[in-house]
Design a protein around this ligand. Structure first.
Ligand SMILES: *Cc1c(COP(=O)(O)O)cnc(C)c1O
Length: 363
């Protein structure tokens, strides 16, 4: 099976093989592995060990986003969320659920944010302290470039909270180069190509404060303090040890491939193979070529399209895509990420073309 989903993604057999063992999280051998993972992740995020910390949270990406929101924004504090997709909506829900004030700043779903968007948003809500931004919107595939927001935020003295879940590892971002960023969040899965199970928050430690989170489980300050007290190999709660062991291997494979630039290049090629083929099939992409990011391609469903039927027919031929969409209009969502080579993508694209033409003839 070739799995083309934007999370959980297809993984390498060597990564999955690392899970076939029982592991005790407090065992000194594993503590060293975990401490090393945190160091590697911090370095990948461009963190400065004097100023930033890698603070993992067990669970899905949303758990990490909630912990970051709770830990850097005080109760009753205000965040503006640049709204150009389904995942931005989730930042709003998480912030409001945590008792923070979330202002929605609408941005068209078909383009990335601009400096003018940020400027206008903070002019309208001057008491907001943070911008919530999704780097790669998995709803449409749009990319918001945090560096576009950065210079405006620094000038205004505002802070950034970055959902980097779907792009981190492929799309570049450096905490040290973006001092306006209080926290960025990503997971063991998606572009780092590990198994799901843990969210990584890389946070500016000066942005954390005790007793702010209003949740003992999702408190980054508490996670940081435990690391200072008991070491970077220690956990507060039972971790997904097998997923972490696999993640260490996934990071080795990431390095061996050539790191972020190589991964981005492979995904970009996967995306281009699919995007160009879709135009040939007469399917209309949601995004113009210039706005199309490398993580996921969404295509408008033709009139009367049977999505589940298409998904089932593809699956019977060895290609798995999502059977749902998170855009406003009906779309077909196809991931370009994960341990999927350009050759596999080309094969999957050929199969999609065949299935589409068979279904058209039958219709
Ligand atoms: C996948 C994803 C998340 C997190 O999803 P979980 O299911 O909670 O892991 C958050 N933001 C974006 C942009 C994503 O693509």
């Amino acid at each position: 099976m070739i799995m083309l989903t934007p999370g959980p993604v297809q993984t390498d057999a060597r990564t999955r093989a690392a899970m076939a063992a029982d592991i005790a999280p407090w065992d000194n051998d594993f503590r060293a592995v975990y401490a090393r993972i945190r160091q590697r992740v911090l370095a990948l995020a461009g963190g400065d060990p004097q100023a930033h910390a890698c603070l993992p949270v067990q669970g899905a990406g949303h758990f990490g986003m909630e912990a970051a929101i709770r830990s850097v924004i005080p109760a009753g504090g205000e965040i503006i969320v640049a709204m150009n997709g389904a995942y931005a909506e989730r930042i709003v829900l998480l912030a409001r659920g945590a008792g923070r004030v979330a202002h929605v700043w609408p941005v068209p779903h078909t383009r990335g944010i601009t400096a003018a968007d940020i400027e206008a948003a903070f002019a309208a809500h001057p008491s907001a302290t943070h911008l919530g931004l999704v780097q790669s919107e998995t709803g449409t595939g749009i990319v918001n470039r945090p560096e576009v927001a950065g210079s405006v935020l620094r000038r205004l003295g505002k802070r950034l909270l970055l959902d980097a879940v779907s792009g981190f590892g492929a799309l570049p971002f450096s905490m040290a180069d973006n001092p306006e960023c209080d926290a960025m969040v990503f997971t063991s899965n998606k572009c780092l190509e590990g198994l799901p199970g843990i969210a990584f928050c890389v946070a500016r430690t000066a942005a954390l404060a005790p007793d702010r989170a209003g949740s003992w489980s999702l408190d980054l300050h508490e996670i940081w303090q435990l690391a200072l007290r008991s070491g970077w190999g220690s956990f507060r709660f039972t971790p997904p040890v097998q997923a972490l062991a696999a993640f260490d291997v996934a990071l080795d494979l990431f390095d061996a491939e050539g790191g972020q630039p190589a991964r981005l290049a492979r995904y970009q090629r996967n995306m281009a193979l699919l995007y160009d083929a879709a135009l040939g099939w007469g399917l209309r992409p949601v995004l113009d070529q210039g706005e199309q990011g490398p993580i996921i391609v969404t295509l408008h469903q033709p009139q009367g399209f049977d999505l589940q039927g298409f998904v089932d027919a593809l699956k019977a031929r060895g290609v798995l895509i999502s059977n749902f969409y998170t855009t406003q209009e009906p779309t077909i969502r196809i991931g370009c990420i994960g341990a999927v080579s350009n050759a596999e993508m080309a094969r999957a694209v050929a199969i999609m073309g065949e299935v589409l033409s068979v279904r058209r003839e039958a219709a």
